[in-house]
Design a binder for this molecule. Structure first.
Ligand SMILES: [Zn+2]
Length: 173
């Protein structure tokens, strides 16, 4: 009897802890996942003739590792998190002009934004704050003959594992 009552008290304590502060904890995604500011003011790519921009959408024999956000080529692209400019990578070995910017943050978080020509003032190791301009959007639709819209491909990695960026995104208005 005593054990059962103590168990109920424990449950009550847990319930109280979860609503401390006046509501449910504001947690999105896995533990340690950051809030990710949309790098542009446009919405999700959604689905189109070229496929779906959702996380884990099929891409031939593999799954899409990011989330696609619409953009206009030449638009400014902004840092989605606070962090350090880690890498200016090449997206496709056969067409090295398409590039991505990788931003690392404490807690083993990395956010990669694809199809971005970096700002000339950015150098590896540079500190970035959320919203800083990191470059301009490239015209990825050209590579695919216009079968898909221009977009940014955003990947969020937490401790080396890609996670769905969508629930983490904070959309610009
Ligand atoms: Zn993508």
């Amino acid at each position: 009897m005593f054990t059962r009552r103590r168990c109920l008290w424990t449950l009550a304590a847990l319930a109280c802890a979860s609503c401390a502060g006046g509501g449910a904890p504001d947690r999105r995604g896995p533990p340690g996942a950051p809030r990710v500011l949309s790098p542009t003011s446009y919405g999700p790519r959604g689905a189109d003739a070229g496929g779906s921009g959702a996380f884990h959408a099929p891409r031939g024999g593999r799954a899409h590792q990011g989330f696609d956000i619409l953009v206009r080529p030449g638009d400014a692209v902004r840092a989605p998190i606070d962090g350090t400019f880690m890498k200016y990578g090449v997206c496709y070995a056969d067409e090295p002009r398409y590039r991505y910017v990788s931003i690392g943050a404490p807690g083993s978080v990395e956010v990669k934004v694809f199809y971005v020509e970096r700002s000339p003032s950015l150098w590896p190791g540079a500190p970035l704050r959320t919203g800083d301009v990191i470059g301009v959007a490239q015209a990825i639709s050209v590579r695919y003959g216009g079968r898909l819209p221009d977009h940014l491909h955003v990947e969020v990695w937490v401790r080396g594992v890609p996670v769905d960026p969508e629930p983490l995104l904070v959309w610009r208005t």
